[in-house]
Structures are given as structure tokens and as C-alpha cells.
Design a protein around this ligand. Structure first.
Ligand code: 4AD
Ligand code: MG
Length: 419
């Protein structure tokens, strides 16, 4: 738990005014014990009843003036002995979290539950992760770009496309910025974007959202191996930042992050991954998809993030480059991370027009819908690669979250757009 005392390096005897919310409240004789919360964390406040100005309840907002007192027994090592607790915004004894709530009911009150200490720590970590990712791209000379969200064609297949009524036509919500990033490559060479991506996921799983945050770089002249090098360096930079700056103490033992930051991440061909997974899932054969269970098992064998490469081309998207030395497979990778499985999907792109058209035929796509994308292969095409990182999946792995819902404030699922 984050403590205001640690954030501020408080000293015994110091005079202090703090603004915040009443996180917990206990009455004992003539005294109130208030756990005060603000964005820095928590601190225990002790106040005589006559020091309270206004009606105090859990979640009331307050301004507290008092003296810091060192106390080994207090969480964080310090308390605030208040001369005055002024209520700014009243709360009410019917605060919903005073009684037991099922997960679904907690989700109905998500707009209030985002105040919980655990979610506060997740959101702080999320912020650290995103600033580290941005920092890395800046250092490496990438340009941040802003692709559209209303789009006309599918990037990742029609099954998970959301339709939107667009002035009498049907448009879609973007599943990935990739095709637009590819268009920007001849202008800027190294680009990245962070956008919401939308997937009409009809099944409910612990790692699928209908709206998630998608970080996608695209790099001119880069091949499949360099693409994985970039993924590993970028994520290690973010893991290092999390170790240095995130409130990890709220998430149990996270010492494995040290290993992930230090050691080389194994690379394994799909073929080998299937052989390995067969030990646990004997029915598995070449050409089968690796599902959540298979992925989690594979990654638990290594205890490290692991790249799986060279998937069968039928299983993967039309834009992936076929491996010339084994045309059954593509030059792609998924990055599987502990506790969640697939966290990145990436590949070298097919950059030759004829071969791209062949892929589209195999995937039963109508080239007419991709006319503008095909132009990119007609006018100065170059080899290039890129990938997409699911921010919520990455956080699930870093913090060992059981469910993707806790990786962002207002998660969206098939049956949830409220609040
Ligand atoms: O593997 P995906 O579908 O790849 C693409 O969209 C590529 N066009 C990206 C690219 O190369 N620029 O999605 C990439 C990542 C997944 O590995 C996963 O982490 C995340 O996006 N993702 C989801 N996260 C939460 N909920 C969902 N429904 C997700 N679908 C994909
Ligand atoms: Mg994928």
C-alpha cells in the first residue's frame, strides 16, 4: 500500500495540511481514527470529535490540518494528529461498498470502485508503463502518429469487426492501426501509435476486451528478427521502469520481473511449441491454434516471456510475409508472457504486390476493398515489419492480475458498457 508518509518523507512534529478522502473511519470513545486517502496513498489521522467540522462519513472529501507524529505501529510509520478535519464534500452512510458485492455488482459501481487502493496502484503502474514505452520510442527516433478509428476495411479478419452507421454507409471501428502505419512508413520510416482497438469478442474470457489499448510500431527496412529485438528491448525498458517506479508491493512477489528484465527471452518455432504442448495436450497437431491454456502452459515451462515464430500461414493474417525457406509458414511472432499468454502479435510484412495478392486470395479477401493499401506496394515498396502490444495484457502479466478487467478503469465486454 502506498503511504503518504513515504511519498512526502514526513518528519516527526511537522505541521501539515492534507486534502483527500475518508478511506476508512473508526470511532473510539472521544476520538475518530480516519484513514485518509489521496493520490499519493494513505495515512492514519487521529482527531478528537470536536475537531471535526461537518458530517463525516466514509468517502467524504476533507481538508485536515495537524501535526505529524512518528508511530512505529502506524502503517507507513507516521500518523497525523489533527487539530481540524473540515468536511468539503459530504458522503453518505449508504456507500455501496459497506456491504458485500458480487463481482458483477462491483462492476456496476465501477465509477466508485476505481477509488480502491488496489486499482489506484494498477493505474499508477499503467501510467509508468506508458511513459516508459513512449520514452523508449523517443530515444530511438520514432515518430508518434495518429491513425483513424473509423475505417473501411478489416485488418484482422471480419469475425470481430464492429460496424458503425456512417452517413448511410457502413464503416467499422479499427481493430489495428497497422495498415495506416504502413502507409506512413515511406514518410517517417519509424512510426508508432497508441490507439484504442475494437474487437467484437463474443465469448467472455479473462483476457479479452471489446475495447483495448493497442501500441503499434512499424519500421522500414526491418526484418523478422529485428522486429523481435525491438519487442524485447522495448518491453524490457518498460519492465525496468516498473521495477524502479511502480507500487509493486501491492501485488505480492514480483521478483520474477528482475529475471525478465535481465535474461534473454527464448525464441521457439511454432513447430517446437506444438511438440512441447503435446506433452500436456496430447491431441494437439501441426496446424492447430494455440489457445489460452496451451499458451499459458508453454510459458510456464520457461518462466520467461517467450517468442513463438513461424506459424502456419492459414492461421495468420494476409499481410504476413511467407517464409521463402518453408512456404507453409510466415515470418511472424507472437510473444507469450507469463500469467496471460499472447501479449504481442507481430510480423514482417509482405511487401511485394504479386505475393500480397496471392495471400489475399488464400484468405478470400476482395482486393477492391484494399485498393489504397495495395498502392503502397505499387509506389516504392520496401521491406518492413511491425507489431501490436496489448497494453492490458502486458499489465496482467506484470502485476499477475487474474482478470483483464482490472488492468483499466472502465473495461468493456460483450455485456458491459455501463458505467
Ligand atoms: O495479434 P493481433 O490481432 O495483431 C494485430 O492486430 C496486428 N495488426 C498488430 C500489428 O502488427 N500492428 O493483436 C495484437 C495484440 C494481441 O497480441 C493482444 O495483446 C492484443 O493486441 N489484443 C487484445 N487485448 C485485449 N482484448 C482483446 N480482445 C484483444 N485482441 C488483441
Ligand atoms: Mg494475435
Amino acid at each position: 500500500m502506498a503511504h503518504i508518509a513515504t511519498a512526502r518523507k514526513l518528519k516527526d512534529g511537522q505541521e501539515l495540511t492534507l486534502k483527500g478522502w475518508v478511506h476508512r473511519l473508526r470511532e473510539l470513545g472521544e476520538k475518530y481514527f480516519i484513514v485518509l486517502r489521496n493520490s499519493e496513498g494513505l495515512i492514519q489521522v487521529v482527531a478528537n470529535k470536536d475537531a471535526i467540522k461537518g458530517k463525516v462519513d466514509v468517502e467524504a472529501s476533507v481538508s485536515v490540518r495537524g501535526k505529524v507524529k512518528k508511530d512505529e505501529r502506524a502503517p507507513g510509520g507516521y500518523e497525523l494528529h489533527a487539530g481540524e478535519v473540515r468536511v468539503i464534500g459530504e458522503s453518505s452512510p449508504d456507500w455501496p461498498f459497506h456491504r458485500y458485492l458480487s463481482t458483477e455488482m462491483q462492476m456496476d459501481y465501477r465509477h466508485l470502485w476505481v477509488r480502491s487502493s488496489r486499482l489506484q496502484s494498477v493505474f499508477k503502474t499503467r501510467s509508468v508503463v506508458l511513459s516508459a514505452l513512449r520514452e523508449y520510442f523517443e530515444k530511438q527516433g520514432f515518430s508518434e502518429v495518429h491513425p483513424p478509428i473509423f475505417v473501411s476495411a478489416a485488418c484482422e479478419g471480419g469475425a470481430t469487426l464492429f460496424d458503425v452507421e456512417y452517413f448511410g454507409e457502413t464503416a467499422h471501428l479499427s481493430q489495428s492501426a497497422q495498415l495506416y502505419l504502413e502507409a506512413l512508413v515511406p514518410s517517417l520510416e519509424k512510426v508508432w501509435s497508441l490507439t484504442p482497438s475494437f474487437r467484437a469478442e463474443k465469448s467472455r474470457t479473462r483476457r479479452h476486451l471489446t475495447e483495448y489499448w493497442h501500441l503499434e510500431p512499424e519500421v522500414a527496412w526491418a526484418g523478422h528478427e529485428e522486429n523481435m529485438d525491438l519487442q524485447e528491448r522495448l518491453l524490457k525498458h518498460a519492465i525496468r521502469a516498473v521495477l524502479d517506479r511502480a507500487p509493486l508491493e501491492d501485488f505480492g512477489d514480483r521478483s520474477e520481473l528482475e529475471d525478465w528484465a535481465k535474461q534473454k527471452w527464448p525464441r521457439m518455432r511454432y513447430e517446437e511449441a506444438i511438440e512441447l504442448a503435446k506433452k500436456k495436450f496430447p491431441g494437439l497437431k501441426w496446424g492447430d491454434d494455440l489457445g489460452t491454456e496451451e499458451e499459458r502452459w508453454i510459458v510456464s515451462r520457461t518462466g520467461m516471456p517467450v517468442f513463438i515464430t513461424h506459424y502456419p500461414r492459414e492461421m495468420k493474417a494476409f499481410y504476413m510475409k511467407v517464409d521463402e525457406s518453408d512456404p507453409r509458414v510466415v515470418l511472424n511472432n507472437d510473444l507469450l508472457m507469463p500469467h496471460v499468454g499472447e501479449t504481442i502479435g507481430g510480423s514482417e510484412r509482405e511487401w511485394k504486390l504479386e505475393l500480397l495478392l496471392e495471400n489475399m486470395k488464400l484468405h478470400k479477401l476482395d482486393p477492391k476493398e484494399y485498393e489504397w493499401y495495395l498502392d503502397l506496394r505499387r509506389y516504392g515498396s520496401v521491406p518492413h515489419s511491425g507489431f501490436g502490444l496489448g497494453i492490458e495484457r502486458f499489465l496482467m502479466s506484470l502485476l499477475k492480475l487474474e482478470h483483464v478487467r482490472d488492468a483499466l478503469p472502465f473495461p468493456r465486454f460483450i455485456n458491459r458498457v455501463w458505467p
